[in-house]
Write a protein of this length. Structure first.
Length: 414
């Protein structure tokens, strides 16, 4: 994973460079972009290619138009925002077919250093099926292909996997950063290595727990998923989130951590509430005192202390999933405290994408983290130990091949 060709390994001057970005940004009902983090994250690659004199042809999906053109999911607002951020015109190649003769002509007219953006690749039904015809159409626009869409790397679609079959390929700076930081943490971590897991469901994180158990020294569990573990240990959890059919599995996981000598830390107290809303009666209780008519919506003060002390000992800390219902102010304290403990840590701190990333943004500690992943699903799959098709598809660095070739010829001579 760490040996992929990067931008530094290719010559771009005068070339048509097709770049897969992750411009899947949130928008309000009027089509205004409400968070442009993903566009900003793509700038280093785009700026580098402009400086190198490439003709930069960008592509991305946005939302779920389900293989049909749909104005609501047009990338036009992204082209506009990108123009502002680059301080340069971005040619928006609006076309329901994404690639057409008109689009090809407009690409042919581009000059070195120009930037263009194709329409939403998911306007074509072939995109998510990774179909050859659409992959070839896309590839016909470029001489080289760059994957800088970490957020979609866990999917095998035409615009990120299919297209790489037909063009020399490399990873962009964002993907390179994501896989080098996450890859190093998972392959050769500095210890102690601590994983913090939270979020709603155990079922979403089974693969992660099972894989991390073989790598980490400590697993901290908070959030809604902690209650299934507490129930497995025999605690009464009131109306807290429970996955009844996963109690047995939680027991097994607890046993496995013991066998593998991995420290498993669960909450010792929780904030319980009468109802699932911010303005409701709430208080903190120890885990052996959860009232039967209340639900746990955050970790308590003692738990915050225990988790934070453990986090401070870590040299590598990976976090995925909030500690409570952080969207509600009264139950966000635990998640913010964990963000703070990570911010104060001297170790390498990595935050998985999705909810954990937005929780860290909200806490105001994002600048103190070593790395906040831009891909929720993709980073989760990396933590599960899975290979990401979008990364697998990119060529390996040449030097390995030469080295291997030399090795083979020596072996043959012998
Ligand atoms: P996930 O997508 O699995 O990381 O879950 C994130 C969601 O889990 C967030 O929307 C949180 O509000 C929710 N969550 C965290 N803790 C709890 C809890 N104790 N009870 C219910 N939902 C929770």
């Amino acid at each position: 994973m760490l040996n992929k060709k990067s931008l530094r390994d290719l010559e771009f001057k005068g070339k048509n460079v097709l770049v897969r970005c992750d411009f899947n940004v949130p928008m309000d009902d009027e089509g205004n972009i409400t968070d442009d983090t993903r566009i900003i994250s793509s700038l280093p690659t785009i700026n580098y290619l402009i400086e190198q004199g490439a003709k930069v042809i960008l592509m991305s999906h946005l939302g779920r138009p389900k293989g049909q053109p749909n104005k609501k999911y047009s990338l036009e607002p992204v082209a506009k925002r990108l123009s502002e951020l680059l301080n340069k015109e971005v040619l928006f190649l609006q076309d329901d077919e994404v690639v057409s003769n008109t689009v090809k002509k407009r690409v042919e007219a581009m000059e070195d250093g120009d930037v263009a953006l194709l329409e939403n690749t998911r306007f074509r039904k072939e995109e998510e099926k990774n179909e050859e015809n659409f992959s070839k159409e896309l590839a016909s626009l470029g001489d080289l292909y760059v994957n800088d869409a970490f957020g979609t790397s866990h999917r095998a679609h035409a615009s990120n996997v299919g297209v790489s079959t037909y063009l020399p390929s490399a990873v962009g700076f964002l993907v390179e950063k994501e896989i080098s930081i996450m890859g190093k943490a998972l392959e050769e971590p500095e210890r102690p290595f601590i994983a913090i897991l939270g979020g709603a469901k155990v079922s979403d994180k089974i693969g992660v727990i099972e894989n991390l158990m073989n790598i980490v020294d400590t697993i901290i569990v908070g959030g809604g998923m902690a209650f299934t573990f507490l129930k497995a240990q025999g605690y009464e959890i009131g109306k807290s989130l429970l996955e009844e059919d996963k109690i047995g599995l939680a027991k097994e996981l607890i046993e496995k951590t013991k066998e593998k000598n991995v420290k498993l830390i669960l909450p010792v107290d929780v904030v319980v509430a009468k109802e699932f809303k911010n303005d409701t009666e709430f208080n903190t209780v120890s885990i052996d005192n959860i009232p039967s008519d209340m639900m746990g919506l955050d970790i308590g003060e003692e738990t915050i202390k225990a988790f934070s002390e453990e986090i401070k000992k870590g040299k590598t800390i990976v976090w995925n999933g909030p500690m409570g219902v952080f969207e509600m102010e009264n139950f966000a304290k635990g998640t913010i405290a964990i963000a703070q403990a990570m911010a104060e840590s001297e170790g390498t701190t990595i935050v998985g994408g999705g909810d954990s990333a937005s929780a860290v943004e909200r806490s105001g500690y994002s600048h103190k983290m070593t790395h906040i992943s831009t891909g929720g699903g993709a980073s989760l799959e990396l933590l599960e130990g899975k290979a990401l098709p979008g990364i697998v598809a990119i060529s390996e660095k040449q030097c390995t091949t030469i080295y291997n070739a030399q090795f083979t010829s020596i072996a043959l001579l012998e």
